[in-house]
Design a protein around this ligand. Structure first.
Ligand code: IPE
Ligand code: IPE
Ligand code: MG
Length: 248
């Protein structure tokens, strides 16, 4: 039986988040520049996007560029931004074909206008799609996002739009850039690194974490199915006991 056939379709996560890591090491292993790895990472992006859409997963969030990534050498940052521009253009067709709408989270203002313009065009074009929402985290970090939310909450309290007594965890979720998206049930990180790197700290509170040793440019549909099968074998207890969860 193929890995895909082993999936229990009605127990798939609604939202999968992925830290796409290992492009640089993949390229180095081949004696190439880090940018070569980023270019090959696009194939893996297409694979997981298509696989998610085919399976009927509603939300896929990909960590593409972190706030901290601005600290990389200028040559690499510039190449990544240029790659974003070409990829968004070339992949719009794939998004349309798979009924996927594009969304972004992160500090959009810090991105070059060439990237912002392409994003806006692709977001507008794919907004008619009704299938999966693909969110790219660009110039994103979770602490940045939480600070932004705190600023907004404080402002609304000051303006009497919000009563500080009424603030709940749900209020905080509603002020984050992911307010319209459910929390991920599954977070995947590739390349054998075991850390969160400032990604969706609030939203991952109860996510199942899956770490793969595969470097991102090598990640394929089969590897994704393997992660989903692993997820389906987990018992999500949310603080309860296993016995409570298994009561029929
Ligand atoms: C992930 O791959 C892509 C980005 C962070 C933009 P890396 O570039 O971090 O690759 P490694 O971790 O150095 O191998
Ligand atoms: C995290 O990867 C950011 C993205 C995948 C975009 P990094 O490779 O930048 O993470 P650290 O800094 O090694 O933790
Ligand atoms: Mg890395």
């Amino acid at each position: 039986m193929s890995l895909k056939d082993q999936l229990i379709i009605d127990r798939l996560p609604q939202h999968v988040a992925i830290i796409m890591d290992g492009n640089g090491r993949w390229a180095k292993k081949r004696g190439n520049s880090r940018v070569f790895g980023h270019k090959h990472g696009v194939t893996a992006v297409r694979e997981v996007t298509e696989a998610s859409a085919e399976l009927g997963i509603k939300y896929l969030t990909l960590y593409a560029f972190s706030t901290e990534n601005w600290n990389r050498p200028k040559l690499e940052v510039d190449a990544l931004m240029a790659l974003l521009v070409t990829t968004i253009s070339s992949e719009t067709e794939t998004l349309m074909k798979n009924n996927v709408r594009l969304n972004t989270i992160g500090c959009k203002e810090s991105l070059p206008s060439s990237v912002r313009n392409k994003l806006d065009t692709c977001i507008a074009e794919t907004s008619v799609n009704s299938g999966m929402t693909l969110t790219l985290a660009l110039s994103y970090s979770s602490r940045w996002e939480i600070v932004e939310a705190i600023k907004e909450i404080t402002k609304d309290v000051k303006d009497s739009v919000l009563n500080s007594e009424d603030i709940t965890a749900e209020t905080v979720s509603n002020y984050l850039s992911t307010s319209s998206i459910p929390d991920p049930e599954l977070m995947i990180r590739t390349s054998g690194e075991y850390r969160i790197s400032n990604f969706l700290l609030w939203q991952l509170a109860y996510s199942e974490l899956y770490f793969s040793d595969i470097l991102w440019p090598d990640f394929r549909k089969e590897d994704y199915y393997a992660a989903l099968i692993d997820y389906q074998g987990r018992e999500r207890r949310f603080g309860k006991t296993g016995e409570q969860i298994n009561v029929k």
